[in-house]
Write a protein that binds this ligand. Sequence first.
Ligand SMILES: Cc1ncc(COP(=O)(O)O)c(C=O)c1O
Length: 323
Amino acid sequence: MVRLVSSGTEAVMTAIRLARGVTGRPKILKFEGCYHGHADALLVKGGSGVASLGLGDSAGITAGSIADTLVAPYNRVPDLDDSVACVIVEPVAANMGLVAPVEGFLDGLRAECDRVGALLVFDEVITGFRIAPNGSNSITEVRPDLYTFGKILGGGLPIGAIGGRQEILCELAPLGPVYQAGTLSGNPLATAAGLAVLDELEALGESGYEELSTRVAKLAAGLAGALGEQGIPIQVPTFHTLFSVFFSEVPVAEFQGAKAAAESGIYPQFFHSMLESGVAFAPGAYEASFMSFAHTNDDDNVTLEAASRAAEQIAASGLIRRA
Ligand SMILES: Cc1ncc(COP(=O)(O)O)c(C=O)c1O
């Protein structure tokens, strides 16, 4: 069953309230470097812009509103107890750069949630319809109790969704006691745009996504080659249609590794050099990059040529010695 709302943030807020309402428990657990929107309780140790600005959370958030938020390192299964209503996780983390789940992480979360009776929430606002037509269902057999979606689902218009088993979703108002409402929830404009995009994605099918993933692997290898050739410490992890650029000697598996890479200070120079060549990467070291069906092979080539120029500039700047 699915409930439509108007943003990823709203979807997560409702999923959390639902988990608390269903279990009658107060605590939630999130992972360091994961971003789940801008609700107060979820900004603690968030990725994306919160990490870029070096904020642990944000001004304007009271101690009370985050008192029930627990935080654990990504890719390690935490010990839970029966105060925990739910664990929320990006099944593939894409707000601290790209950090894929290590083997056993998602299964371990499922088992630990089941052990203490907590719900597992997969936040698929980024991964949904992006890594594969079925999002995380295509990459793991682990099934969460609740999913949250946004972004692609609205085809560029504001939308979010909470999905899950019927007996859980039926606890939402007006059927159940967990309140949720929104003037623009399920509005015809956003849903029509979303349906049109989902139809197009369905037509492209698994093979369309596989083609994109193959191109991402090639682009990532090219980027790593261009930067590595100049002696720049570089990791370009990929996951299906996602990739990111870490200026690091070693692979990154959790937030502290992503932070060390960001603190090398190389990313801003890379970003500006690429921009001068007409290639706009995300303006923050903690963002992942996505290839879309609108990108062409020519775009890939232009990106690689730009990366070679950026690499030469970074090497000439002396930044690598400082890093
Ligand atoms: C994983 C994840 N969850 C939730 C959100 C919040 O979505 P929105 O910006 O639509 O509120 C984001 C936004 O980037 C996200 O990446």
